[in-house]
Design a protein around this ligand. Structure first.
Ligand code: ADP
Length: 300
């Protein structure tokens, strides 16, 4: 069983020929709505990968709330602990120009209103889960409450420090598994080694603060995974990427679903296969593959 505490969004994307300058109005070629939010994306990826997943988060009282909840539920994620908050559901407003350049405005909405009490209400889930997934899109106090409850009951905690914000050793206390991309890794450890074949011994320093496993994802290059006593380097599955939105979230959800400390390579490959499939499709949650597709990818 996996518990996810995190954001639930509805992303609104308008494609335009040219991004507007301040004060300018441009006509969109089209508009798409796509369920997102790092927490919800990771929950959907874990559920499609076969795990029993509970989402702990919040939606607002606008027409997007239902659509965001439906997307989770239709992937099999339990939404009984998704709180109902006044105001808007979390949202990313995205404008994409013909050349792929974008403007993004992120509105936390209900995600920003998630309180420790909302999290504590789900204590029966937090005390019975094998793994808790956390990111940086809900207030830190909510994350801390979840970590405290789950940890006391013996769960493993996977933390994805995204989007990056000031990360202190304090914030990492209690974290067992840290998963970050290159940008986040650079913010945490300074200079990131060059690619898959680089010298990643810098990750050894994280062992001092009690983290057992550190994964740094390197986009189309793949990932490295540090575990006491060794480093695993895993190249990405070769695919034709068309939209890398939620690649990291898909990796994390699928990796968590397959997590087995004694066979990390298997779980990492499972996550990487899921993420590779996701980048071949548009959207966030809509792009997350099913268990059977991931298994097929692993056989090739
Ligand atoms: P984020 O989305 O958080 O920035 P990354 O871009 O590092 O994360 O991608 C996460 C994982 O997704 C990578 O480790 C890799 O396994 C997979 N992935 C990302 N981009 C590609 C790609 N172009 N081809 C194949 N796999 C990819």
């Amino acid at each position: 069983r996996i518990a996810v505490v995190g954001s639930i969004n509805m992303d609104v994307m308008a494609s335009v020929d040219q991004l507007p300058s301040p004060g300018e109005t441009v006509v969109a070629r089209g508009v798409q709505y796509s369920p997102g939010g790092k927490g919800a994306n990771q929950a959907v990826a874990a559920a499609r990968s076969g795990a029993d997943v509970w989402m702990i988060g919040a939606t607002g009282r606008d027409p997007f709330a239902q659509a965001a909840r439906d997307s989770l539920a239709s992937a099999g994620v339990h939404i009984g602990y998704v709180a109902d908050k006044p105001g808007a559901t979390g949202m990313a407003l995205i404008e994409v120009g013909a050349d792929g350049e974008n403007h993004i405005v992120l509105a936390a909405g209900a995600n920003g209103l998630l309180e420790p009490a909302d999290v504590a209400r789900a204590d029966s889930i937090l005390t019975s889960c094998d793994m808790l997934l956390l990111q940086n899109e809900v207030p830190w106090a909510a994350n801390q409450e979840a970590l405290r409850i789950a940890k006391a009951a013996g769960a493993r905690v996977l933390y994805n420090p995204a989007p990056m914000r000031n990360l202190t050793g304090e914030a990492l206390r209690g974290v067992d598994v840290l998963v970050m991309n290159e940008t986040e890794a650079a913010a945490l450890i300074g200079t990131v080694p060059q690619g898959l074949d680089g010298d990643w011994s810098v990750l050894d320093s994280l062992a001092g603060i009690g983290i057992a496993i550190v994964v740094v994802t390197l986009g189309a290059q793949g990932l490295v995974c540090w575990q006491r006593g060794g480093l695993i380097r895993l190249p990405a599955f070769p695919v034709r990427a068309i939209d890398t939105t939620a690649a990291g979230d898909t990796f994390i959800g699928a990796f968590a679903a397959a997590f087995d400390e004694r066979n990390l390579v298997r779980a990492l490959r499972f996550g990487a296969a899921a993420a590779a499939l996701a980048v071949t499709r548009p959207g966030a949650q809509a792009a997350v593959p099913m268990y059977s597709e991931i298994e097929r990818m692993l056989e090739t």
